[in-house]
Design a protein around this ligand. Structure first.
Ligand SMILES: [Zn+2]
Ligand SMILES: [Zn+2]
Length: 143
């Protein structure tokens, strides 16, 4: 994603264009795997302080700009959503894959979560599905 795209995205969600917001979007969209919060803190260093980062992630998540994936260690990871997501309506529910070797969390955007039928009275707002195992890169390295 380019700067213009970020402009558009923040405008669309009526968010003020601030340097830290741009930086977070830039980092998240430049990676092909989800980024953990500690990792984000490392990458951003002193550019964005912890409290600001926390607020940005929370806002982006609420707006449907990014989504959170809790990996098998209980760590929060973040990835940019598809443009089809809107506020409180994460439409691109897809399978996540947590590699047990490299620990990376992948968004498998093309693998949609099947329609889950819940018993009467239960109303899901989001459904998370995470697969664990070995990713192609780690598999190739082990052969
Ligand atoms: Zn791996
Ligand atoms: Zn994802």
């Amino acid at each position: 994603m380019m700067q213009g795209k970020f402009d558009e995205l923040l405008e669309k969600h009526s968010l003020k264009k601030t340097a830290p917001r741009f930086r977070v979007l830039e980092v998240l969209s430049n990676r092909n795997v989800a980024t953990s919060q500690p990792n984000l803190e490392n990458i951003l260093g002193k550019e964005v302080d912890r409290v600001t980062l926390y607020r940005i992630l929370k806002t982006f998540e609420e707006k449907g700009i990014i989504h959170k994936i809790i990996d098998s260690n209980g760590t929060a990871n973040y990835a940019v959503c598809h443009s089809s997501c809107t506020e409180h309506q994460h439409r691109d529910e897809h399978l996540h894959f947590n590699c047990t070797v490299c620990k990376n969390v992948y968004c498998l955007n093309d693998v949609h979560i099947p329609n889950v039928i819940l018993p009467g009275g239960f109303e899901a707002s989001t459904i998370n599905l995470i697969a664990t195992g070995i990713c192609p890169g780690c598999k190739a390295a082990s052969e």
